[in-house]
Design a protein. Structure first.
Length: 377
């Protein structure tokens, strides 16, 4: 909002979204770390409950924060600098790490984004679709239809199956407004959110009965999951989308708007997302899964707490400000180039002033030889 002097000022960050972003990326780290644990019924249930709504919520917030994207030179350059470049850098880095440290075999690098790089590939396409879907009347209905049909044909190339499968949550975020989101912060909505989470907990008890965990990834075609009947598959995808929507809204309804140290960490969620994979993979290569198999109950607590601490550590400002140079190397170069230009300009402005002072001193009758003697000593 313009100030009283009509000078535009930068809009204040809403702590609600920073809290939501940091909580969601922390849950991403927790969810990925749970893959190191033994496949017990309790852990599988917790995993299905989490994945039923936390990725949809993450994509919803991403959509809301992408509403200003447009086909301008500045925005397109930002898309390349903050999405394409990190994708290339970390796809290479994580791929090399998995091959040479973990001894894994990877194929189709860049063409088929490797865990967890799918998000950047999806974000690239979602941002490009933003100017199309945001003004579109009935855009959400179109996105839902695309998601349903994509399950029949979409494949692994650039994780297009996830791009299209999760598209409704992104478009939902694009269509959201601050006024509509305020409805989620009211007391009735918060009470309803608790009830929704209880219902989701009960429903995900029988995930393997009515679907399977693979449905929650939005990455596989219906026939790959053993569905010959497209109608049943479409209804199952529709149910998963509905559950994800209710869960995402419920999560946002329960996120506090308080501002604090956790809020400030919300500015570094991409750092957390891109670097936590090295930690999880390192634990796997070190044989943590074997220890976890022998200590199922203890390992669950240790793994969950460690995952939260890893997320907080990576988002800790002294760490995040250094790691972000790897996430945004071109931005890092731009900043240093601007600093160098400003420093040079400052020197050019100071030098004439110094020369003027010297000339003024000589004109005032300073004795140059005496000054030279003092300097020589």
């Amino acid at each position: 909002m313009p100030s009283q002097t009509s000078t535009p000022t930068k809009a204040a960050r809403d702590p609600w979204f920073d809290n939501a972003k940091m909580a969601l990326v922390t849950l991403v780290v927790v969810g990925h770390s749970w893959t190191l644990l033994p496949d017990t019924p309790v852990i599988e249930h917790l995993y299905d409950f989490l994945y039923a709504w936390h990725v949809p919520a993450f994509v919803f917030v991403t959509g809301y924060l992408s509403r200003s994207f447009a086909y301008t030179r500045v925005r397109m350059w930002q898309l390349v600098r903050t999405v394409v470049v990190p994708y290339v850098v970390f796809e290479c880095a994580l791929g090399l790490f998995r091959v040479y440290v973990g001894g894994e075999e990877l194929a189709n690098l860049f063409e088929d984004p490797h865990w967890p790089m799918w998000y950047l590939a999806a974000l690239f396409f979602w941002r490009l679709l933003t100017p199309v879907f945001r003004p579109m009347w009935g855009g959400l209905a179109v996105a839902v239809a695309v998601s349903l049909v994509a399950g029949m044909y979409a494949g692994d190339t650039l994780d297009i199956a996830r791009v299209l499968g999760l598209l409704p949550f992104f478009v939902m975020g694009l269509k959201a407004t601050p006024e509509r989101l305020e409805l989620l912060r009211r007391k009735p909505a918060q009470v309803t959110a608790v009830c929704v989470f209880v219902a989701l907990w009960i429903i995900t008890t029988w995930t393997d009965v009515w679907a399977s965990t693979e449905w929650l990834y939005y990455r596989s075609r219906y026939d790959e999951m053993g569905y010959a009947d497209d109608l049943v598959a479409l209804l199952t995808r529709a149910l998963v989308l509905a559950l994800g929507t209710l869960g995402a809204w419920s999560f946002l309804a329960l996120v506090p708007r308080l501002h604090g140290w956790f809020t400030r960490m919300g500015a570094w969620t991409l750092v957390v997302y891109l670097f936590h994979g090295f930690v999880v993979k390192s634990a796997s290569y070190a044989g943590y899964g074997g220890w976890a198999d022998d200590h199922a109950v203890l390992s669950f607590g240790v793994t969950t707490v460690a995952a939260v601490l890893v997320a907080l550590f990576l988002a800790w400002r002294p760490v995040a400000t250094r790691l972000t140079n790897f996430v945004d190397p071109l931005g890092y170069g731009e900043r240093h180039l601007k600093d160098a230009v400003h420093l040079t300009a400052a020197k050019d402005q100071v030098q004439p002033d110094v020369q003027a002072e010297v000339e003024a001193g000589v004109d005032a009758g300073l004795h140059a030889p005496a000054q030279e003697d003092v300097t020589a000593r």
